[in-house]
Design a protein around this ligand. Structure first.
Ligand code: SF4
Ligand code: SF4
Ligand code: FES
Length: 340
């Protein structure tokens, strides 16, 4: 029986005089129902071109070293089957590739060293920066509930593959953003009852490049092969920080202003929200504001002139939440003031 083949387009890259020079190279690779992308790359390396460079170790979705961009999305090569890419697999959230061509590229948001190998040092450094161990301090508790263990356990599934970091949209704009994996790990320590320094951690994480720099695009949830859901952890960190009174930052002010506007008027009052968020810094936005006014894009700053339908119901929900707040560590990923 003739062996089926798949066409791979692999991004090759070499650093010459401090400049990365990249080009794609096509390879035709035999496959069957069991072949993974990693096996296909190993076949290329063994049979066609021994210079092709990529990382791998466990071949079992455990070590996190084979992270790469497969058909535009960050995935583990050892977990991704060639057949699923060619035919699509809804259960695994894999769409079929266009024209039967499997595109392979190095992870994004990290410098490429060679071919599919990126420099993971900045990614690891950010995890080190959040102090990834339980610290002593006044906030230490002695009992560990089942729920808090569940939180710790969920984030402990992280295998440091960098897929979330690679697909993070905030990272593209701001390479200094701590990033989804490190923030998820930070949540693991903040939610650990044995942690003694929770408020200090939340203060640190609420600074520039921290939790408020996330755009809540959800790409990290989609990319994570281990179900860690970093964005949910980030939203919980925001809410926990605000509950602890860490509100002296733009992100928290923006979230509070958002909540107050909806509770008061049922709609956002964007000009005032900008003022409340930026305070004196709003002056730096004068040019932008004038442009927006000229183009008629600044909404009416007096929304209370309009009667918003259902406002009483919205206020009732807010009052109910004030009386019975959600337990943020288990439920408040997409609700509550920190969700803004
Ligand atoms: S949700 Fe936030 S952390 Fe996750 S990918 Fe988007 S911007 Fe990055
Ligand atoms: S959170 Fe998920 S995607 Fe991000 S490094 Fe950990 S395992 Fe990989
Ligand atoms: S080789 Fe270890 S996760 Fe893929």
């Amino acid at each position: 029986m003739t062996q089926k083949t798949a066409l791979f387009k692999v991004m090759r890259g070499t650093v010459i005089d401090d400049q990365l020079v990249q080009k794609t190279q096509d390879f035709t690779v035999p496959y069957d129902v069991t072949t993974t992308v990693l096996q296909a790359l190993e076949w290329i390396k063994g049979e066609l071109d021994g210079t092709l460079t990529f990382r791998r170790s466990c071949r079992a979705s455990i070590c996190g070293s084979c992270g790469m961009v497969i058909d535009g999305k960050s995935r583990l090569a050892c977990k991704t089957k060639v057949l699923d890419l060619l035919e699509g697999n809804i259960e695994k959230n894999i769409a079929s590739v266009k024209d039967g061509l499997i595109m392979i590229a190095p992870q994004r948001n990290q410098p490429v060293l060679k071919d599919l190998v990126v420099d993971i040092e900045p990614f690891y450094q950010k995890v080190k920066d959040i102090v990834p161990f339980v610290q002593d301090g006044d906030e230490k508790e002695t009992t560990v509930s089942k729920e808090s263990f569940g939180q710790v356990n969920m984030v402990s599934n992280c295998i440091m593959c960098g897929a979330c970091y690679s697909d993070c949209t905030a990272m593209v704009e701001n390479p200094d953003f701590i990033g989804p994996a490190a923030l998820a790990k930070a949540f693991r320590f903040v939610s650990d009852p044995r942690e003694g320094s929770k408020t200090a951690r939340l203060q640190e994480l609420s600074k520039k490049n921290g939790v408020w720099d996330c755009t809540r695009c959800g790409m990290c949830i989609d990319a994570c092969p281990k179900g860690v859901a970093p964005m949910e952890a980030i939203v919980k960190l925001r809410t926990l920080a605000m509950e602890k009174g860490v509100r002296g930052n733009k992100g928290a002010r923006h979230a509070m202003s958002f909540k107050d506007d909806i509770a008061t008027w049922g709609v956002l009052n964007e000009p005032f929200m900008l003022l409340k968020t930026l305070r004196f810094e709003v002056i730096t936005q004068t040019g932008n504001a004038l442009n927006l006014i000229k183009k008629g894009k600044i909404p009416n700053p007096f929304p209370f002139e309009h009667k918003v339908e259902g406002l009483d119901e919205v206020r009732r929900i807010y009052a109910e939440l004030e009386k019975n707040p959600l337990d943020v560590t288990t439920k408040a990923a997409d609700s509550g003031p920190g969700a803004g």
